[in-house]
Design a protein around this ligand. Structure first.
Ligand SMILES: N[C@@H](CCC(=O)N[C@@H](CS)C(=O)NCC(=O)O)C(=O)O
Length: 298
């Protein structure tokens, strides 16, 4: 097998050099010797049918080049201060967007594993608007009791929650409207009140609830599978058409991202994954809903 671990040049990346050590961990050595024994036996049994394969995973050096290319694409240095400057990731606990920490007014309580789609919406909004914030991760109930300090603030225990200037706010839609209202200088994500665009954006938010209900109506029910699937597909057709309705998209409101996209994205993403897993159904890539196939919706 071709080795893909580049060991000649020492990595300048923090942590990466540990992975490049030429010594394989014991578990890998055991696995590779078991594999040799297996292949030897396999070879003896049937010389003709032995299959060799190449390891096509990119080398560490190639991965490093890919990271560098992304850094210049985003215009940021991921290694400088990952939690503050780089694009967010599931381990970020503070996001300042280059502002002083003393300017942070928002604290987001979200679930540990980034499962909760409602937390995901608020998270996307904070990122898109570049509002500085800190994060406290709270476990979902299925992992046990939530911390007392959290329950004393939010007796219902539901996520997401934000603290804005120390005030506790629950319910994702309430939180999102409040963030729009309190941070108007940070990229507005809703059209102004009283406009036709605003009415359309509000109607699309209702369509998201319809999509959510038809997705779960199919996913979670064993009865009338064909009927529930048809209902889901007809709502998905509506969603896809709306995504292209203004100048062909790519966003619901046209060229710019809005709260409508932020509201739909966590649900579309989870619908695509869960239907593939539980129903063997591929929502994306059918060519039937071009907007849903868009690379913007990863
Ligand atoms: N209507 C609420 C729904 C939030 C919700 O359902 N949150 C779930 C997680 S997805 C939750 O906190 N469940 C409690 C738990 O499992 O710990 C909102 O929009 O914020």
């Amino acid at each position: 097998m071709q080795s893909t671990v580049a060991s000649s040049k020492r990595s300048s990346l923090p942590c990466f050099h540990k992975l490049r050590s030429s010594r394989k961990p014991a578990v890998l050595l055991q696995a590779s010797s078991a594999m040799s024994r297996f292949l030897a036996g396999f070879n003896k049994m049937d010389q003709q049918s032995t299959t060799f394969f190449a390891d096509t995973a990119p080398s560490w050096l190639h991965l490093e080049d890919m990271v560098r290319a992304k850094m210049s694409e985003f215009g940021v240095n991921f290694w400088e201060d990952p939690s503050k400057i780089a694009p967010t990731n599931a381990t970020s606990l503070i996001r300042t967007f280059g502002q002083p920490e003393s300017s942070i007014r928002v604290k987001l309580y979200r679930d540990h594993s980034a499962w909760c789609p409602y937390c995901h919406k608020v998270w996307l909004q904070l990122e898109e608007k570049k509002i500085p914030y800190t994060i406290e991760k709270i476990n979902m109930r299925c992992y046990g009791d939530k911390p007392k300090s959290f329950m004393s603030k939010v007796p219902g225990g539901m996520l997401p929650v934000i603290e804005l200037d120390g005030r506790v706010v629950t319910e994702s839609n309430v939180i999102m409207s409040l963030l729009e209202e309190k941070f108007p200088e940070h990229r507005p994500l809703m059209p102004p009140k009283g406009t036709r665009e605003r009415l359309r954006a509000e109607a699309l938010m209702k369509l998201e609830r319809q999509f959510f209900s038809d997705w779960l109506g199919w996913l979670c029910n064993g009865w009338d599978d064909a009927g529930n699937r048809r209902k889901f597909e007809s709502t998905l057709t509506l969603v896809s058409k709306e995504m292209e309705a203004v100048g062909g998209g790519p966003y619901f409101m046209g060229q710019d991202i809005s709260l409508v996209d932020i509201t739909f994205t966590p649900m579309l993403e989870r619908a695509a994954a869960s239907l593939a897993y539980y129903k063997g159904y591929y929502m994306r890539g059918q060519g039937r809903w071009p907007a849903i196939d868009s690379p913007l919706l990863l």
